[in-house]
Write a protein that binds this ligand. Structure first.
Ligand SMILES: NC(=O)c1ccc[n+]([C@@H]2O[C@H](COP(=O)([O-])OP(=O)(O)OC[C@H]3O[C@@H](n4cnc5c(N)ncnc54)[C@H](OP(=O)(O)O)[C@@H]3O)[C@@H](O)[C@H]2O)c1
Length: 236
C-alpha cells in the first residue's frame, strides 16, 4: 500500500539519540505539535522505536560514522523531501577524577558529545542551506557552563559543543539556518537516572516533557525571533 502524500506544510524533524532517556518525550512532543519525525537509533533500538512511534521514520546510524550519518539523512529526504530541524540528543556521560583522565577517556567523551554533532550537522546542512531555512538544536548540560567535580571530560566536551554551536550559528544563520543550544541545568528525570540513583528525589530533577517542549519551541522560532541559547532549570 502506498503511503499518503504528506501535507505540504508538515515540517520534518530528525531526532538523534531517540532511543535515549529524553528521546521518547522529544519524539512524542514533536509529533503532538504536528511535526513529522525521523528517529535515529542504533540497530538494537530500532524495533522498539518503530513500535513506540509507528508514524515516524526510524533510521539506523552510528553517528561516529559520517557515511552512515549521511545515509540516514538521505533516507529522511527521500521519504519526505525536506528536513526542517535536527534535534541532536545523542550524548554520553562519564565520571572520573581529573587526575585519572586518560587520552582515551577524553577522546570518548569528545566523540560522543562533539563529534556525533559535527557529523549530524554536516549531514543535514546542505539540504537546509539549499532551502535557506532550518533549525539545528544541540543539547549541552549544566557542566558545560559551571563544570563539575569528577566530570572533567564530560564538562569539557559539552563546553566544546556549546562553542561549536555558537560558531556554527555565526556561519549559517545569515543563510537562514538557526542554531540553538538547549541546556538542561540539572539531572533529567529518566528511567536510567532513576535506576542509577535510587535514593535521589526525582521531584528535584528536570521533567523530560518540559525539556521536550523547550526543544519544540526552539525548532519553531522564525528569523525575527531566534533563541540561540536556552537554559531550563529544575525547581530551586
Ligand atoms: N540525562 C541527564 O540527566 C542529562 C543531563 C544533562 C544533559 N543531558 C544531555 O541530554 C541529551 C539526552 O540525554 P539522555 O538522558 O537521553 O541520554 P541517553 O539516555 O544516554 O541517550 C543518548 C543516546 O545517544 C545514543 N548514542 C550514543 N553514541 C551514539 C553514536 N555514536 N551514534 C548514535 N547514537 C549514539 C545512545 O544510543 P545507545 O543506547 O545505542 O548507546 C542513546 O540512545 C544528551 O546529550 C545528554 O548528554 C542529559
Amino acid at each position: 500500500m502506498t503511503e499518503p502524500a504528506p501535507h505540504a506544510a508538515s515540517r520534518v524533524a530528525l531526532i538523534t539519540g531517540a532511543a535515549g532517556g529524553l528521546g521518547g518525550a522529544v519524539a512524542a512532543r514533536f509529533a503532538d505539535a504536528g511535526w513529522r519525525t525521523a528517529l535515529q537509533g542504533r540497530t538494537g533500538h530500532l524495533p522498539r522505536l518503530a513500535s513506540d512511534f509507528p508514524n515516524a521514520l526510524v533510521v539506523a546510524a552510528d553517528l561516529l560514522d559520517p557515511e552512515a550519518t549521511a545515509d540516514a539523512v538521505a533516507q529522511v529526504l527521500e521519504r519526505w523531501g525536506r528536513l526542517d530541524a535536527l534535534v541532536h540528543l545523542v550524548g554520553g556521560f562519564a565520571m572520573g577524577s581529573a587526575l585519572d583522565l586518560t587520552a582515551e577517556g577524553l577522546e570518548d567523551q569528545l566523540d560522543v558529545n562533539l563529534r556525533t554533532a559535527v557529523n549530524a550537522v554536516q549531514a543535514v546542512l546542505p539540504a537546509m542551506l539549499e532551502r535557506g531555512s532550518g533549525s539545528v538544536i544541540t543539547v549541552a548540560s549544566r557542566a558545560a557552563v559551571h563544570g563539575g567535580a569528577r566530570m572533567p571530560a564530560y564538562a569539557a566536551s559539552k563546553a566544546a559543543l556549546v562553542a561549536y554551536a555558537r560558531s556554527l550559528r555565526a556561519e549559517v544563520e545569515p543563510s537562514g539556518v538557526a542554531v540553538s543550544v538547549l541546556v538542561p541545568m540539572g539531572t533529567i528525570d529518566t528511567a536510567a537516572n532513576r535506576s542509577a540513583m535510587p535514593d535521589a528525589d526525582p521531584a528535584r530533577w528536570l521533567d523530560a516533557a518540559e525539556l521536550a517542549d523547550a526543544a519544540v519551541f526552539l525548532a519553531g522560532r522564525g528569523p525575527r525571533g531566534r533563541v540561540p541559547y536556552l537554559e531550563v532549570h529544575p525547581s530551586l
